[in-house]
Design a protein around this ligand. Structure first.
Ligand code: SAH
Length: 419
């Protein structure tokens, strides 16, 4: 989501007549977006804010420095005290709001036409835009998670605005589309008809745009239904990627996490999704070291991961986030070393399982979108968002190509273009 927001801001500034620069000291404006989902992300933001202090031009002036995003939402006053060299702190409700706030404090912006129709030009060096945000914030209350506090309650972007945004990306040459929300399946549940809104969102986008691939991220397992599997997961223009964060394989830990589903429910959903979509590419998030996780619970996560056959997983050690239910109720009783032992073992085993699963593509032909060309080498991405390394001859950034996969690693493939 942060990448999507920054791509969007960069494209608007670009369309308004701004110019990206390579050397930060030459910039007029530096905007730093932040994440607080784990303590490490927050620390990275602070150390980067610290480094910005040294950023001075030879004449003593410096760029306008703006801190934004989740760290700001939590503690604007403390930040202003700790990093007085930053000029402005903005929380991030949406890109329009950020630009409106900036316009008031940054003179060169008043000269730029911020309402200019922006195009995600592929030749500016910006990555090809393909994200459209459908939901901001989150209404769930997973015990470990700071997102609802850092990003606020769920706000749905109106359907007509999402469609207009998607059509603008399409006109500008975006090869595919990814629709984003903390729990995208909850689209529309804060207003109107509560049952069918995600299906309506995707079907409207499929009808009103010609994208060959549409992806949706992220799906909370408790909100996945058979109807969604049949109408969306199975749709030929929807990518086979289903990112369905399991978090834990222990029902007791899932209940303590307040995830709202159990392993049996998850297992049945995955079986049904695979029945509807035989080429399903299933990815997940796994979180080990939750305060109430015993060795047995952790083993249940390993067993579940092996049994369910995730094609890839993002794996994390529990990081206590102030203000969350888990922090209040349980603290952080597991030693760091123990959490890391569990994480490292899980990563090693999931890598081996994922690699074995990815081998099913060797010898197969897959459609890809070319992302980058570096001399003779190109990187493309599959419909399920995995990089494929291949020779660049005859390829163009932003276009579809067909590859034959020659080898599979854990999280990437090598292949050759086929005509
Ligand atoms: N809204 C999405 C994901 C949000 S954050 C969802 O519900 O799935 C992405 C991932 O970070 C989560 O899925 C979880 O695995 C991990 N995460 C969130 N809070 C965490 C914490 N306090 N410590 C460690 N990992 C965390």
């Amino acid at each position: 989501m942060n990448v999507a927001d920054m791509d969007d801001l960069a494209a608007r500034l670009d369309a308004a007549g701004g110019q990206p620069v390579d050397d930060p000291v030459r910039a007029d404006l530096i905007m730093v977006n932040t994440c607080t989902v784990r303590a490490k992300a927050e620390e990275k933001a602070y150390s980067f804010f610290g480094e910005l202090k040294r950023l001075r031009r030879t004449d003593g002036t410096r760029p306008l420095l703006v801190g934004m995003g989740c760290v700001v939402n939590k503690q604007r006053e403390e930040l202003a005290k700790r990093f007085p060299h930053l000029d402005l702190w903005l929380d991030f409700s949406d890109p329009d709001g950020v630009l409106a706030a900036l316009r008031q404090s940054f003179a060169p912006l008043t000269a730029l036409d911020l309402d200019a129709e922006f195009t995600p030009a592929l030749d500016t060096g910006l990555s090809p835009l393909r994200f459209v945000t459908a939901i901001r914030g989150c209404n769930h209350a997973c015990a470990y998670c700071v997102v609802p506090r850092a990003r606020g309650p769920q706000r749905d972007v109106p359907l007509d605005r999402i469609v207009a945004e998607a059509q603008r990306l399409e006109r500008a040459g975006a090869p595919d589309l990814a629709v984003l929300g903390q729990n995208i399946l909850a689209y529309g549940t804060t207003s109107g008809d509560k049952r069918r809104r995600f299906v309506e969102l995707l079907e409207t986008l499929l009808g009103e745009t010609g994208f060959r691939w549409i992806t949706y991220l992220t799906s909370l397992p408790g909100d996945l239904t058979e109807e969604i599997c049949e109408r969306i997961v199975a749709h030929p223009r929807v990518t086979p990627l289903l990112h369905l964060p399991l978090q834990s394989g222990s029902d007791r830990v899932l209940a303590d996490m307040r995830r709202g589903y159990d392993l049996g429910h998850y297992r049945r959903l995955v079986a049904y999704a695979r029945q509807c979509r035989p080429d399903l590419y299933l990815t997940t998030d796994l979180l080990v070291g939750f305060p109430t996780e015993t060795e047995e619970d952790y083993q249940a996560t390993l067993n579940a991961a092996e049994e369910l056959g995730f094609d890839d997983a993002f794996m994390f050690a529990y990081s206590e986030r102030p203000g969350t239910l888990a922090a209040r109720k349980y603290g952080d009783p597991l030693p760091r070393g123990e959490k890391l032992r569990r994480l490292n073992e899980l990563i090693a085993r999931q890598r081996a399982w994922g690699k074995a699963r990815n081998r099913r593509y060797v010898g197969q032909r897959l459609a890809v979108i070319v992302e980058r060309i570096d001399g003779a080498a190109a990187v493309a991405r599959t419909a399920f968002n995995k990089p494929v390394h291949l020779p660049a001859a005859g390829l163009k950034v932003g276009e579809y190509a067909l590859t034959e996969i020659t080898s599979a690693k854990v999280s990437s493939f090598a292949g050759n273009a086929v005509p």
